[in-house]
Design a protein around this ligand. Structure first.
Ligand code: F6R
Ligand code: MG
Ligand code: MG
Length: 372
């Protein structure tokens, strides 16, 4: 079995929260080079989206491997040191704990991991997003694996016709459930349409009993109890031969749907599909972006990446995203640009509530013409 792990963290931004300094990437690249040399990893690629460093790694230690997680933790400690030396912004931001203990659960870094027996040819796409939250993948995964208007294979390919099983996490209650689609589509949509709370964690082919997709499913704010940065999720999707084709996996991003998480983790903004050189944020600390790195996994080797959104066929999505951003921005501090109160990451509201609590009075009883 091969395990593909993406482990990511924001260990310091350059400039502000916009991008990763090249020295951090070089430090991470050197670390993974050594880990491949030592035999811990089969192969690895270091990438970034916005202010997050992603370690894309293949190995044979399975998901939640102590050795692999501890390697990632050590690497992020090293990039944090570099970030501190350069005075980068929010150095070590996502490392919420002082010491590593077993695996990365609840420690800050996000991770998506997928174990599989390599097929004769194994095309995978690694998606990295910045300035949004794990539930940002819900709409895309629904379209890839459950919407025949997106994925022709659900109708046409015999191996896909039985549909897909979605595993959904409730991040508030720390519970999980599976939905078999297409039968349970409407039930599932009731939940995953609320992506701040319900997050698709994994998708499995019902016919092939193969896991097809994995996401990083956590919320830093829930771990830390206060705003400590956004979770900036990652996702792995296997493609072809009874799973959605590469083009079906990319297609959902041709619509720049709006996601939570831009500017101070507190705004909705469109998800902009970009090429790797454009994977850094600017306007209003956004718009939130997604990059897609395509690989062929061959005997554990990561052959690639191909920069999948570096393609003019996504130009109209980008244009639409900019138009949508103009439209939403004009709302300033009003919903629906600003997130609903219960989803606001910053705590001003609580402090404000406390400060003015005594000033609230009951509403006057107004005699309206209807009441009379
Ligand atoms: C959003 C994000 C940024 C920061 C914003 C304020 O996820 O990372 O929008 O929230 O730049 O940052 P601080 O509070 O660090 O000044
Ligand atoms: Mg940051
Ligand atoms: Mg980030």
């Amino acid at each position: 079995m091969t395990t593909l792990s993406i482990i990511k963290a924001d260990t310091g931004g350059f400039v502000g929260h916009s991008a990763v300094h090249p020295d951090l990437l070089a430090t991470a690249q050197e670390a993974v080079r050594r880990a491949v040399g030592d035999g811990l990893l089969l192969d690895a690629h270091v990438a970034s989206c916005g202010d997050d460093v992603s370690l894309i790694m293949t190995h044979e230690h399975g998901a939640d491997s102590e050795r692999v997680h501890s390697f990632a933790w050590d690497t992020f400690q090293q990039t944090t040191e570099v970030a501190k030396r350069l005075g980068l912004y929010g150095a070590g931001q996502d490392l919420l704990s002082d010491a590593f203990s077993g695996n990365l659960k609840g420690m800050g870094p996000g991770y998506a991991e997928l174990e599989f027996t390599e097929r004769p040819s194994e095309p995978v796409i690694c998606f990295l997003a910045d300035k949004t939250e794990p539930g940002a993948w819900n709409l895309a995964l629904y379209k890839m694996f459950a919407d025949p208007f997106n994925t022709a294979g659900l109708v046409i390919d015999e191996k896909m016709h039985a549909g897909f099983r979605f595993e959904v996490y409730d991040l508030f209650e720390e519970k999980r459930i599976t939905f078999d689609c297409p039968e349970e589509l409407y039930d599932m949509l009731m939940f995953i349409g609320a992506p701040a709370r319900y997050v698709v964690h994994a998708v499995q082919s019902r016919n092939l009993t193969e896991q097809a997709a994995a996401t990083s499913t956590q919320r830093l704010s829930l771990i830390a109890g206060k705003y400590v940065g956004k979770d900036d999720p990652v996702m792995i999707v296997r493609c072809q031969s009874g799973l959605p084709a590469v083009g079906e996996v990319l297609e959902p991003f041709s619509f720049p749907y709006t996601v939570g998480g831009a500017m101070r983790g507190s705004h909705h903004a469109p998800l902009l599909p970009v090429s790797i050189p454009d994977a850094h944020t600017a306007r209003f600390d956004g718009p939130p972006r997604v990059v897609a790195l395509g690989f062929q996994v061959t005997d554990g080797r990561l052959v690639g990446p191909r920069d999948m959104f570096a393609d003019p066929s996504f130009d109209s999505a980008r244009q639409q995203a900019n138009t949508a951003m103009d439209y939403l921005r004009r709302h300033g501090p009003f919903e629906p640009h600003r997130l609903p109160l219960e989803d606001l990451e910053y705590t001003t509201m609580r402090a404000l509530e406390a400060r003015i609590a005594q000033r609230w009075q009951p509403m006057p009883e107004v005699a309206t013409s209807l009441a009379r």
